[in-house]
Design a protein. Structure first.
Length: 435
């Protein structure tokens, strides 16, 4: 593996690094993990991101799509993981993730047929709801984090707004690689400013070891509860739909038609990655769309580049000091970065909805009901508090509520179109275009 391939692989790591570490940081802080546990969560996330990327790059008879894809922790799973962890405990989170990964692995050959249930009106709505439901947590972090005695202080707002300013300036005055790193640059600049202000402490970094081995079931043996499992199955299906769009987009960039067999191998690799995430107490993984742009930008379509990125991520995941560096990022800095990222998720959803025929009143009704119920469950979580326990966890999360609403309303209004031959192919092409 030559130096050019390694440098291009490192470029992929930098492009996805901010998104990769934000999910474990947000989940860990929401579930009140200790500094040591949070560092483990970041480290194991980096390591499993690398393993997941290598699984997809290694095309064989059984799994791996063989396209230059990079996998990272899915934002789709963020709020469901927090909801399940708060209600059932962390072991139930990982039991649900393992079950979802096993489901995807076993039924991979049939999942391609389910793509017809997720036309742009559904995927665009779901992605929009994901972004909108996550923004409040970013706003709370901008102000210093819930329960912080200096919540909303001028110092916190200056830090968070400074991060946003760096991201905006990088996107205004730079192009290409620098622009793709704008969020990471904003986090670095904000953390540096917070250090000068005396708000960053390096004790956890100094105490962290230089090497560790991944530990299965770090947070205890998984438990398997029906409500969390159903919730994570829906998360897994949404992840598959997102990845399908990325697969088709990359296939077009690489001049390689994506076949049904390719999709099946790709889904199996994602199922394996999700199972590994559950076993090592990490996250569900999906393909990162920002790295698709990097493939187009660098014009290097070789899978060797993402293989190099995968090994770099595995290496970083074995060094706790690297993970500990991520845990010292102050909440306002994290908030400034996540508000931008979550806003970009919303804009991606809106872009997907751009291909929807709004002259059809039924499409408008699907979006209206799904977004309203999804946001309603996010803003008023006690909405379903009187439902049975197992059912409550399924609908109390806004993302899942909105996703289920969009899926079932699409089936209700468009059952004949969905059941018609060739629909799946048309929807897949649509997903490729909007991704």
């Amino acid at each position: 593996m030559n130096s050019k391939v390694v440098s291009l692989g490192f470029q992929h790591v930098m492009a996805m690094y901010a998104g990769a570490i934000l999910v474990p940081l947000l989940v860990g802080r929401a579930l009140n993990l200790s500094a040591e546990q949070l560092a483990y969560l970041v480290a194991i996330d980096l390591l499993t991101c690398g393993i997941a990327t290598l699984l997809q790059a290694w095309q064989n008879k059984y799994f791996g799509i063989g396209l230059p894809v990079v996998l990272g922790a899915s934002f789709v799973a963020l709020s469901p993981m927090i909801a399940i962890g708060s209600e059932y405990g962390i072991p139930a989170v990982y039991g649900a993730i393992i079950a979802a990964g096993l489901f995807i692995l076993i039924f991979a050959r049939y999942l391609g047929k389910l793509v017809k249930l997720f036309p742009p009106v559904v995927t665009g709505t779901v992605v929009t709801i994901i972004g909108l439901s996550l923004i409040p947590s970013g706003i709370r972090n901008m102000a210093g984090g819930a329960g912080n005695p200096d919540f909303g202080s001028l110092e916190n707002l200056m830090l968070s707004m400074g991060v946003i300013a760096v991201i905006i300036v990088a996107n205004r005055f730079f192009k290409g690689y620098v622009r793709s790193l704008s969020v990471l640059l904003g986090i670095m600049a904000g953390t540096l400013a917070a250090t000068v202000m005396g708000r960053v402490h390096f004790e956890e970094v100094a105490e962290a070891s230089w090497f560790h081995l991944p530990q299965p079931f770090y947070f205890g043996m998984p438990t398997f509860e029906i409500g969390p499992i159903l919730t994570m199955l829906i998360v897994g299906l949404v992840i598959i739909v997102e990845s399908t769009g990325v697969f088709f987009a990359l296939g077009k960039i690489c001049d390689r038609p994506v076949t049904q067999a390719d999709l099946t191998r790709g889904y199996r690799a994602e199922g394996l990655a999700i199972m590994i995430g559950g076993i090592f107490n990490a996250f569900p993984y999906n393909t990162f769309a920002q790295n698709v742009g990097l493939v187009q930008l660098s014009r290097n379509k070789s899978t060797n580049v993402v293989v190099a990125a995968g090994f770099i991520l595995v290496f970083l995941g074995l060094i706790p000091k690297v993970a500990a560096l991520a845990t010292i990022i102050p909440a306002p800095v994290l908030g400034g970065a996540t508000v931008v990222l979550f806003g970009m998720v919303v804009s991606s959803g809106i872009k997907m909805l751009g291909s929807v025929d709004f002259s059809n009143q039924q499409n408008a009704l699907i979006i209206a009901c799904s977004v309203s119920l999804g946001l309603g469950a996010t803003v008023v979580p006690e909405l379903f508090s009187q439902l049975p326990h197992a059912l409550r966890i399924l609908v109390s999360d806004g993302v899942i509520t909105g996703s289920l609403t969009a899926i079932f309303l699409n089936i209700f209004f468009n059952f004949r179109d969905i059941s018609a031959p060739g629909t799946a192919h048309q929807n897949e092409a649509g997903n490729a275009r909007v991704s």
